[in-house]
Design a protein. Structure first.
Length: 329
């Protein structure tokens, strides 16, 4: 895909950037579904799926979703990266992501006795423009542990993932952690262990096209998701057999892997970040609209840099953070 903003001369500053390296500066005000992904710094296993890490991530998701009104449709956290399918209509995705990543980084940096950056680059966000694309992204999110050859079956992944909850029709994903240190400090007995179990619950919202469906229709959609996953699992297993690959580690082994460890082989980015997910016509229309908005954005930004006056920016854009604007027109 060619740089989207080639359509106008005003878009030149943005066109020089690789699409997979720049944060999206605009979402249409009525945009809802978005696919978000982000990685740990250096691809390290800083989010290894032990009980405490899963509790921290679930707590962060729960708090961030409540604070910013973002709807969580699907997610999967593997040791060094994560994928989310979220609904953001009427919400600020950038504020949600900043808060979510900060909560995770602060808690796990303290837990790992490390400092410095926790996540690699900025998050990626891709609008979803159709029902078919939403279902496809939901499947893609849930396939992460199988796709990266971590486990043979998606339900075996010990980390935080919404797949099992979605196919079982549950409204939330729970994570628990036993605070052994507090329990020992309190000198409590084994009978009192339950008092020191901390719980987090991530609410799951059905995708918009599933709202209002009958129980029978919902069961049919869940079966379709499960059948798709079985096909993916079988294809990955067949490819591994053909290559003569070793058996995969036990799922429980990932909970004790070195959090500072790195993948044995790095996966290179084969294709640039897509601008959106949908039919060819939908994506083309989105590209054109995005280019026009960015042209107006660049004009407003240039005017501000020249005059120091914060003029109106296009609806749906994230203006540059400005400490003390002299005037708002």
């Amino acid at each position: 895909m060619q740089p989207l903003l080639r359509l106008t001369q005003h878009a030149a500053p943005f066109a020089d950037k690789r699409p997979d390296m720049a944060r999206r500066r605009h979402f249409a005000p009525d945009q809802d579904l978005v696919h978000v992904s982000f990685k740990c710094v250096g691809d390290a296993f800083l989010m290894r799926p032990d009980a405490y890490t899963s509790f921290v991530i679930a707590s962060a998701l729960e708090q961030a979703a409540e604070k910013y009104g973002v709807r969580i449709h699907a997610f999967c956290f593997v040791s060094n990266h994560a994928h989310l399918l979220v609904g953001i209509q009427g919400c600020r995705l950038d504020s949600f992501m900043q808060y979510l990543k900060s909560l995770i980084a602060l808690a796990l940096n303290l837990h790992r006795e490390r400092d410095g950056a926790f996540f690699k680059r900025r998050y990626r966000a891709e609008p979803i423009l159709s029902v078919e694309a939403a279902v496809g992204i939901e499947q893609y999110v849930h396939q992460q542990a199988v796709k990266h050859e971590l486990v043979e079956r998606a339900v075996e992944w010990p980390g935080l993932c919404s797949y099992r909850a979605v196919i079982e029709g549950r409204a939330s994903v729970e994570a628990s952690w036993f605070d052994d240190e507090r329990w020992r400090e309190a000198g409590a007995s084994r009978r009192d262990r339950a008092r020191f179990v901390r719980m987090a619950s991530v609410p799951l919202t059905p995708l918009p096209h599933r709202v209002g469906l009958t129980d029978r229709e919902l069961r049919a959609q869940r079966r379709a998701l499960e059948e798709n996953m079985k096909d993916v699992e079988a294809a990955v297993a067949r490819e591994r057999r053909d290559e003569g690959a070793r058996r995969l580690p036990k799922p429980s082994s990932y909970t004790t892997q070195d959090p500072n460890g790195l993948p044995a082989r790095r996966r290179e980015q084969k294709t640039p970040q897509p601008y959106a997910h949908g039919s060819d016509a939908q994506v083309q229309a989105y590209e054109q609209a995005y280019a026009e908005v960015m042209a107006a954005y660049d004009i407003a930004s240039e005017r501000y840099r020249e005059t120091g006056v914060l003029c109106p920016f296009p609806a749906g854009t994230f203006p540059p953070r400005i400490p003390t604007p002299r005037e708002v027109l």
